[in-house]
Design a protein around this ligand. Structure first.
Ligand code: PLP
Length: 359
């Protein structure tokens, strides 16, 4: 297989895919695939409970937090969060640090009075909005932020202090990349397609007292409290996604858990940034050093005319999906958990060689 640097849907651990392949036709001694059986059956329910238990172990999730396995992608949660956490007329604070937090604002706006408490837009999202400029509202229903901006490649390396207001985080592109103090958050959500499994599944970790907040009328399917009371099986869940997420959690435990993943991710990101910064300006990543993402590394070549050649040659060398997002152009390498150090070493060697040949 190729080295895959896709931003998402992204590379999955080879061992997880191999196990899924082995079990595809006969899962768990059932004689059928996991996709072909009832989510109400004991086999599936046991698997689902084990996946939750393994996630709880990985992240040391306290008992007063519920774990939900939802559908509709992270985008649906942009709307469902205000529906559930804000009453009619409430305001909510949003920290805007790139494309995805902008999206969170626009999708939330029909359901809550959005206060953009800070924005990095004037800085072209090259750094995080400076903390001393945040205008948080103590009456806000919650504070929403995006700890890792997948497109702009900026990441918070600490958890912002927001007082008693619940902190809500879109961790789609950095969940499980290292240990996390869950107790600092009111709600964490993540689309699965980067560090967890296939797209369409959303993993949510939510403090149980917040489940009781939603006062406004809405369909049961949208209400977190109903999902929690029904073990995320109010309707037919994404059984295949849940199963693969469970395999990924087992794989992470076998790798030594999230402390080991953090070291692994740090080594990969350091190598790639060293290659860019040490290229004498041939490659460039413009993000302020303290805000550089360990997961998504956008970079440009000194001459845009070489972009097409770089992409053709990298693909021919087995380095897949390095094309940058259309909003920024250039290149982007995503270094999620499943990307091994060998892949980044191959990329770094390719980049040095390319610079020499096309200098
Ligand atoms: N939030 C972040 C940080 C993302 O990177 C993405 C992209 O996948 C999304 C939200 C949107 O996720 P989905 O496509 O699952 O709605």
């Amino acid at each position: 297989r190729v080295w895959n640097f896709s931003a998402g849907p992204a590379a999955m651990p080879q061992a997880v895919l191999e196990r899924a392949q082995r079990e595809l036709l006969d899962w768990n001694g059932s004689g059928a695939s996991v996709m072909e059986q009832s989510h109400r059956g004991k086999r599936f329910i046991d698997m689902a409970a084990q996946a939750e238990a393994d996630l709880r172990t990985l992240l040391a999730i306290p008992a007063d937090y519920a774990v939900l396995f939802l559908q509709g992608g992270a985008t649906q949660q942009f709307a469902q969060i205000p529906m559930n956490l804000a009453a009619e007329g409430d305001c909510a604070d949003y920290i805007v640090s790139g494309h995805w937090s902008e999206k969170a604002v626009s999708e939330a706006a029909p359901y809550v009075r959005v206060n953009v408490a800070a924005s990095g837009r004037a800085d072209d999202y090259l750094r995080l909005p400076p903390r001393d400029g945040w205008r948080l509202d103590a009456r806000a229903a919650y504070v929403h932020y995006t700890p890792n901006e997948t497109i702009h490649g900026v990441e918070f390396h600490d958890i912002p202090e927001v007082g008693a207001v619940p902190l809500v985080a879109d961790m789609s592109s950095n969940i499980l990349s290292g240990p996390l103090d869950i107790s600092r958050f009111g709600l964490i959500y993540a689309g699965a397609q980067k560090n967890i499994g296939p797209s369409g599944l959303v993993v949510m970790i939510v403090r149980r007292d917040l489940l009781q907040r939603a006062g406004r009328p809405m369909a049961r399917i949208f209400r977190y409290a109903e999902q929690a009371a029904n073990d995320s099986m109010l309707n037919t869940p994404n059984t295949w996604g849940w199963y693969l997420a469970g395999l990924t959690f087992q794989w992470l435990l076998a790798q030594g858990g999230l402390t080991a993943m953090a070291e692994h991710n740090r080594a990969k990101a350091d190598l790639l940034y060293r290659t860019i910064d040490g290229s004498g300006g041939y490659y460039r990543n413009p993000i302020e050093l303290s805000a550089r993402s360990r997961m998504n590394v956008p970079f440009t070549l000194h001459d845009k005319a070489l972009d097409v050649v770089f992409l053709e040659e990298s693909e021919a060398a087995g380095l897949l999906a390095l094309k940058g997002h259309k909003a920024l152009g250039g290149m982007r390498a995503s270094l999620y958990n499943a990307v091994p150090l060998d892949a980044v070493q191959a990329l770094a060697a390719f980049m040095r060689d390319f610079a020499q040949r096309h200098g």
